[in-house]
Design a protein around this ligand. Structure first.
Ligand code: ZN
Length: 184
């Protein structure tokens, strides 16, 4: 069981804008730890606070860690830890974008649906780390796409909101129908 509940479309918390973290306090350590555990467990490569019902500008990402689903052996905790490369972004802000790229995206909050989304290819980001220190980060490839996807969550935007209106309507109807089916 994942540590935290992941909210799924059409839960309204996903459509709300997250507020800036005023002061990065020790209390965020636990939230970040729980979010990471939930993300790895799901499994996913990114999780925004909105997705676990917290409307604050905080995101966790790990595009390097992929658990081998076919591996039946119990995971070696030391080895597992080495493979993990979590990035924690507090109050992230994109300060530079370059080029464009199209990637097939999915989202833990939009189960069983994937679609191609166009985003900037390279980005530069300003954020605070878990100690509240100002940092900058340049990203490209899957990390860049993942960061842009997670930052959209903080604005209350899902990747399906970025599709053409026809595709978006189709996706939303399908998701609402699937959800009704599963709650019966
Ligand atoms: Zn997402």
């Amino acid at each position: 069981m994942p540590k935290l509940k992941i909210y799924t479309f059409p839960d309204t918390v996903l459509a709300q804008k997250a507020l800036p973290v005023q002061r990065v306090e020790k209390s965020y350590y636990q939230l970040v730890e729980d979010m990471l555990e939930t993300m790895y467990e799901a499994p996913g490569i990114g999780l925004a606070a909105n997705q676990v019902g917290v409307l604050e500008r905080l995101v966790v990402i790990d595009v390097d860690y992929t658990r081998d689903e076919d591996d039946e052996r119990a995971p070696d905790p030391d080895l597992e830890m080495k493979k993990k490369n979590p990035i924690i972004l507090i109050n992230p802000e994109i300060i530079y974008r370059e080029g464009s790229t199209i990637t097939r995206e999915g989202c833990l909050s939009v189960p069983d649906f994937r679609s191609e989304v166009k985003r900037a290819d390279k980005i530069k980001l300003r954020f605070q780390n878990i100690d509240g220190l100002e940092k900058e980060l340049s990203a490209e490839g899957i990390l860049s796409v993942c960061i842009q996807h997670e930052l959209d969550h903080l604005e209350g935007t899902l990747f399906i909101d970025r599709l053409s209106s026809l595709k978006k309507d189709f996706a939303k109807k399908k998701l609402i129908k699937a959800r009704r089916g599963s709650s019966r």
